[in-house]
Design a protein around this ligand. Structure first.
Ligand code: SF4
Ligand code: SF4
Length: 474
């Protein structure tokens, strides 16, 4: 059966017959590539270094899913810090909105891990092993399933992906644990082994096969652009007023500055022609800026035919820095992030939860007194180890037995201690008595919590109830 052919190119990475069109962009050296290389390697260094850097004895970032504790730059967030985490997450979202309104897809082109690793690790290695875009195309055309240079490239990709996957795992369990696991049997740590294996496979699939298609068809951020950008947002754009009508040849009479050399297309990692206007596939990587500037220098025209600008500026409408979204986003960010900082600064040094005992709510002792068992869960949110004690007040003749008091809790950790509170039976009213539980570390933390103890309902009350049910006695 004949394969249907599309009337035109649907995606830069698809041929008209639906087969994969491999992109082999030619690097375009220039000032922007130098700047991006510095930023990219700085980011890679930070990513690899973070699991080895400690602040105040804690990892810089540790996402301990098992214990549900997240440590960021010396501060540990516990499951009870929902408000803090929510404020932080909303701040990040607003910051992305603001960055997009001001600087377009600066994240995509300069800082996204997909771009950083693809353009500064995996693609340079491909050029090294396969001999540049021409060498890769020759290997593609050879149609052989095994080629020594491509095989060597894939083995190198595998080693790098595996290292990056182990580094990724270190963000969740710590580097020491990763090293311990690496030298142990996978059967002793199946979860860690599975995470590393899946991450390595995902990275291989992404950087060997899927590549720039991740930005075009998988990443939602590119699709938000129509909502996040406005006419005054900074974008990488072709100056059509200056460049058109484009044309080859030395005689430039009646022609614009674009010599139609296609250097900007050949270098584009997403395979688009920026002269067609702002496109979802453009990750604003600036490679076409370097390529075109080099051509402009050669033909003796000013640089910047492709440059950072805005659609409003290109249309001759000037620059408008102050606009609704550049005013509202910073205000929203200041409010939400200010709330986060406020909460973080003034949060309690401990998080205490009072829980009843499982099973019988109370026990009546032989002497008639009533004992309730509590469990007091203490999360130490300060930066030092503390010993917590418990007192109970608010009732006469109360006795407290807390076998684990004082309870030592390490910073960022949570411990639970049982407490037995005994009261005379007649302290209960309708089977309930509210007392005050005071938890203190003797230094930076002390707090009172009301707690309802339960006990037997007094017989006189039972009689009264019966009376009420049965009506007045004769
Ligand atoms: S059009 Fe230019 S800025 Fe956009 S992805 Fe291609 S090379 Fe990068
Ligand atoms: S690199 Fe510049 S001159 Fe060459 S085709 Fe692109 S825009 Fe035109």
């Amino acid at each position: 059966m004949a394969v249907p052919v599309a009337p035109g190119r649907v995606l830069p990475t698809l041929n008209e017959d639906g087969t994969h069109r491999w992109l082999r962009p030619k690097p375009a050296p220039g000032a922007w590539l130098t700047r991006r290389t510095v930023v990219a390697w700085l980011l890679i260094f930070i990513y690899v270094a973070i699991p080895h850097v400690f602040i105040g004895g804690k990892p810089t970032i540790l996402l301990d899913l098992q214990r549900r504790e997240f440590t960021f730059f010396g501060t540990t967030f516990l499951p009870t810090d929902t408000l803090l985490l929510m404020l932080l997450a909303i701040s990040v979202v607003i910051a992305i909105f603001l960055a997009s309104a001001l600087a377009g897809r600066v994240w995509c082109g300069w800082a996204c891990p997909q771009t950083v690793y693809m353009e500064f690790v995996y693609r340079p290695l491909e050029r090294l092993f396969e001999g540049g875009p021409r060498g890769s195309t020759q290997i593609d055309r050879a149609g052989t399933w095994f080629h020594p240079r491509r095989f060597a490239k894939h083995v190198t990709y595998l080693v790098i992906s595996s290292f990056l996957a182990h580094t990724f795992l270190a963000y969740f369990v710590g580097w020491d644990q990763v090293v311990h696991w690496v030298f142990g049997s996978p059967s002793a740590h199946p979860v860690g082994f599975t995470i590393v294996t899946i991450t390595t496979i995902a990275m291989m699939l992404d950087f060997v096969y899927f590549r720039e298609q991740t930005c075009m068809v998988a990443c939602p951020y590119g699709r938000w652009q129509s909502a996040l950008l406005d006419n005054d947002s900074l974008i990488v754009a072709y100056d059509y007023n200056r460049g058109e009508p484009r044309g080859l040849g030395k005689d430039r009479t009646g022609k614009g500055d674009c010599v139609d050399c296609e250097a900007c297309v050949i270098t584009c990692p997403t395979g688009i022609d920026i002269r067609n206007g702002l496109q979802m596939e453009c990750i604003h990587c600036t490679q076409c800026m370097d390529a075109c500037d080099a051509v402009m220098r050669k033909v003796g025209r000013p640089e910047g035919l492709i440059r950072y600008t805005s659609r409003a500026a290109l249309a001759g409408k000037g620059k408008h820095f102050l606009r609704p979204r550049t005013v509202l986003y910073p205000i929203a960010f200041a409010i939400v992030f200010g709330g986060f900082v406020w909460q973080l600064t003034f949060k309690d040094a401990a998080d205490v939860t009072l829980l009843g005992a499982a099973g019988a709510p109370f026990v009546v002792q032989q002497d008639g007194k009533v004992t309730n068992q509590l469990r007091i869960r203490i999360a130490n949110r300060s930066g030092a180890e503390h010993a917590y004690t418990v007192e109970v007040t608010g009732a006469d003749d109360v006795s407290v037995i807390a076998p684990m008091s004082p309870l030592s809790v390490r910073p960022g950790h949570t411990e639970t201690m049982p407490v037995f509170v005994t009261l005379p039976r007649d302290e209960f009213d309708e089977g309930v008595r509210t007392v005050t539980v005071r938890v203190s570390d003797g230094a930076s933390y002390a707090a009172d919590f009301p707690y309802r103890l339960t006990g037997p309902i007094r017989e006189s009350h039972d009689d009264d109830r019966k009376d009420r049910r049965n009506g007045p006695r004769e």
